[in-house]
Design a binder for this molecule. Structure first.
Ligand SMILES: Nc1ncnc2c1ncn2[C@@H]1O[C@H](COP(=O)(O)OP(=O)(O)O)[C@@H](O)[C@H]1O
Ligand SMILES: [Mg+2]
Ligand SMILES: [Zn+2]
Length: 497
């Protein structure tokens, strides 16, 4: 049997089969029943929520030879041809493609031609916001003088990009994200139809990650099936989709909120050693923080994307340990990290340093001076942010120093005159000002270097090459120092002592 993607097999073929979108479905069905469809509609909403599916159902309903109560029969030749994409009077145009734009150009002449095969010509223009200005103008002209036998359905995920002149000539339906419950029910039906049982936890996990899009949910189910065709557990889903368990992410944020750098670094190392992608871990963390923020603002009734029922209480406890601004700041740091990871070789270090910086967001609050006047608030927030970053680097540097001190006090004395600049790939840069030439040269000796190597290995669970540099003003142009600046931001690197 030829393989058909699940989302195609499970495309609703009648209004009755559509999940959710109740207002839209009812309005359209009534209009068809009473023969008062207008000539142009806009279907706007997130992807995978039924826009194309409902457009096709409308196209069938108006062309069907034996419609029953405004439902297509899906049996007659019109219905089957539309289902197979062979019906001459249902024209699908992808506005994102060049061909689509050509097709719009000669739309004005074409729409005058009477339907060849059916009762009504239906133009379904997908991603309509992608049209060029020229194509929008051509479309507008057509909408201004619409022939009776033509129906336009314009689908878009970004309605704000459509000119208001077009919008005002259409009736608009806003498609909504589907609820987790709606998606779970559909996923269960789909898996039952294949005789595959799925644990509730597995279904819930997929539904949550789909964020209201049925197409993505079915796509994920497909991926899992291609890997395993028998009983599917939550662990299977986590593994196939490369997701990180919400328990694990909860542990990470327990360590952040509890200001526990050892556990934090351990967790990150564990995740990396298990072969999880850094980018994926970061995505999961931002989902978690999004849930944390929602929990803080709305309470346990919020719709969580990441956190499962079992961990809800734990999440609510964590919301007690952070204020709204702090959670927002963590979220910003995480998203920022996601961006940086795309361009960085030093992924692991970047990951570690950012999470350590997160701890600083909470440590700093302890001796924060009270701010009285509202006008001073902004100023103090700026200072605070800068402070956080410096604290984070200090946390790491202090750990390294403490580790070295434990092994050999004289080595510590030499190292402590230096400064941690940053890393590039697997190289860590430590800088000394000119006055500490002696210290730098001693640190470069094998015996001292080895002690530092050992400590770094203990902290990061891997080897790094250490380079010692001189710092002075001219060095700002040094390529290596530039790299360090890229990691920490200019304001946080002190080139002069
Ligand atoms: N409201 C819905 N009810 C049932 N299935 C849906 C719904 N929305 C999307 N789907 C599923 O997702 C697939 C893609 O939906 P589609 O209608 O193309 O979404 P859109 O055009 O909004 O991106 C469908 O084939 C179907 O399997
Ligand atoms: Mg679509
Ligand atoms: Zn029919």
């Amino acid at each position: 049997m030829a393989y058909l993607a699940l989302y195609r097999v499970w495309r609703p073929q009648t209004f009755n089969e559509v999940v959710g979108q109740q207002q839209t479905v009812t309005a359209l069905q009534n209009a068809i029943r009473e023969d008062r469809l207008t000539h142009a509609y806009i279907f706007s909403g997130p992807r995978g929520t039924g826009k194309t599916s409902i457009a096709k159902i409308v196209a069938k309903a108006v062309n069907c030879e034996h419609p029953v109560d405004a439902e297509p029969c899906n049996q007659c030749s019109a219905c089957t041809d539309i289902n197979n994409g062979n019906f001459m009077d249902v024209i699908e145009i992808d506005a994102a493609s060049n061909r689509g734009i050509d097709e719009i150009r000669d739309l004005r002449e074409r729409v005058r031609v009477m339907p060849a095969q059916g009762k009504k010509k239906v133009y379904i223009i997908d991603e309509v916001h992608m049209l060029t200005t020229e194509a929008f103008n051509a479309l507008l002209k057509t909408l201004e003088e619409p022939p009776d036998s033509v129906l336009f359905i314009l689908a878009t995920t970004e309605p704000q990009k459509i000119p208001s002149t077009i919008i005002s000539r259409c009736q608009r339906f806003n498609f909504k994200r589907l609820s987790s419950g709606q998606i779970i029910d559909r996923l269960r039906d789909a898996s039952n139809s294949f005789g595959i049982t799925m644990d509730d936890d597995a279904l819930i996990l997929i539904a949550r990650r789909a964020n209201g899009g049925m197409r993505d949910a079915l796509g994920m189910l497909d991926q899992v099936y291609s890997f395993k065709e028998s009983d599917i557990s939550k662990e299977d889903v986590l593994e196939v989709l490369g997701l990180v368990d919400d328990n694990f992410v909860a542990d990470i944020f327990d360590a952040v909120l509890g200001k526990d750098p050892e556990t934090l670094i351990d967790k990150i190392n564990l995740s990396i050693s298990q072969g999880k992608e850094s980018a994926q871990l970061v995505r999961e963390c931002s989902l978690y923080l999004r849930d944390l923020l929602l929990g803080k603002l709305i309470g346990s009734k919020a719709e969580f994307l990441m956190v499962s029922e079992a961990n809800r209480e734990r999440l609510m406890q964590q919301t007690q340990q952070a204020d709204k601004e702090q959670i927002l700041q963590l979220l910003r740091m995480t998203m920022d990290l996601g961006e940086k990871l795309r361009f960085s070789e030093g992924q692991r270090f970047l990951l570690e340093i950012t999470f350590l910086e997160m701890i600083a967001v909470f440590s700093e609050g302890e001796n924060k001076p009270a701010v009285s006047a509202g006008s001073r608030k902004k100023e103090s927030a700026t200072i605070r942010e800068k402070q956080d970053k410096i604290d984070a680097r200090d946390i790491l540097w202090n750990r390294i120093l403490a580790g070295v001190k434990e092994k050999k006090v004289p080595t510590h004395a030499l190292l402590s005159q230096g400064k941690l600049l940053g890393t590039k790939g697997d190289t860590m840069y430590i800088g000394y000002t000119k006055g500490y030439k002696f210290h730098k040269e001693r640190m470069e000796e094998k015996a001292n270097r080895e002690i530092l190597d050992q400590v770094i290995k203990e902290i990061f669970n891997r080897e790094m090459e250490i380079q010692f540099l001189f710092l002075d003003e001219k060095k700002t142009n040094d390529i290596v120092v530039q790299k360090a600046i890229e990691y920490f931001g200019k304001e946080n690197i002190e080139i002069n002592d």
